[in-house]
Design a protein around this ligand. Structure first.
Ligand SMILES: C[S@@+](CC[C@H](N)C(=O)[O-])C[C@H]1O[C@@H](n2cnc3c(N)ncnc32)[C@H](O)[C@@H]1O
Length: 282
């Protein structure tokens, strides 16, 4: 079974969505020629476009130690003549171990590698499974208190795509409070100061959603069948200054009212559920 997670930006302030580099991604870089610039990998120099389509990227390339220049029979190169001249000057062209490759490849150095474009399939072994989400909640409350909570690893992964370590994370369908838990974990891991706003309309907003946040903040340990737990507080200060008593929106007492965010400074917002239409988020 697959979960579909929609991650979108609400403002152009968020310009870049990248994943931190992983050990596995970095392991593709090697240094077979002892390049003083360190480990490298290569990318193709050949453009997917044909010569007809990119005539400005068609030129001859000198192969070191050979008389004849190299041209591609059908396709253009990927780089302009000026960029190519820079690559040559910086000794970035790789012609294979014996120097006889048909076409050059471009050396890309690990020292210059940037964060990665996120992949769109997140494997459960990386971000956790439904079982993991359930077990996390059991470890906090001692028994199952919510159906199908998300694993914190999944939400933490979404949070990790945002570079700002002081971001405010909004979850308007808070449920068991996984998002707050994930934010606190993310802060603990990288020293960030992210804050969260949770919205939950059901009557468990305080006794479940907010209670999970309190327990995670205080540190919890469960001595039953579930292993694990969280021995120390996850909040930098306790009680955290931003963690407020859940708010209830008096405007939601009429049957036609819809849930509304009532606070941007409080970290927990809990409109009453009377008359609110329940929607299940994607
Ligand atoms: C699928 S659950 C979220 C589970 C959560 N991701 C977790 O890991 O526990 C959706 C939650 O959103 C709440 N909800 C649905 N519609 C809402 C609304 N209009 N306003 C506030 N909360 C709402 C539901 O009560 C439910 O607790």
């Amino acid at each position: 079974m697959k979960d579909h997670v929609l991650v979108y930006r609400a403002s152009t302030d968020l310009r870049q969505v990248k994943e931190p580099r992983t050990v596995s991604a970095d392991s593709g870089y090697t240094n077979p020629d002892d390049d003083p610039r360190g480990p490298w990998m290569t990318s193709s120099y050949v453009n997917p476009a044909t010569k007809d389509r990119r005539p400005n990227l068609v030129y001859s390339i000198d192969r070191p130690g050979a008389d004849e220049a190299v041209e591609h029979p059908t396709h253009a190169w990927k780089y302009s003549p000026a960029e190519h001249a820079r690559h040559v000057a910086e000794h970035r062209l790789w012609w294979g171990t014996d120097g006889n490759a048909d076409y050059p490849r471009l050396k890309l150095y690990l020292s210059e590698a940037q964060d990665m474009v996120p992949v769109d399939v997140w494997d459960w072994s990386e971000v956790g499974s439904s079982d993991d989400g359930g077990n996390e909640v059991k470890r906090i409350f001692g028994h199952a208190v919510f159906d199908n909570p998300k694993p914190t690893g999944l939400v933490r992964k979404a949070i990790s795509l945002i570079e700002n370590p002081d971001a405010i994370v909004l979850d308007s369908f808070a449920g068991s409070g996984t998002t707050a838990h994930a934010v606190l974990e993310a802060n603990k891991l990288d020293g960030g100061q992210r804050r969260f706003i949770l919205v939950e309309m059901e009557d468990y907003a305080d006794r479940l959603t907010a209670e999970r946040v309190r327990r995670v903040c205080e540190g919890y340990g469960f001595a039953g069948k579930q292993s694990g737990g969280n021995s120390g507080p996850s909040c930098s200060t306790w009680p955290p200054t931003a963690l407020r008593t859940p708010l209830r929106d008096a405007r939601l007492t009429s049957t036609s009212a819809k849930p509304t965010m009532v606070s941007t400074s409080g970290s927990f917002t809990s409109p009453t559920s009377t008359g609110s239409s329940r929607r299940t988020p994607p």
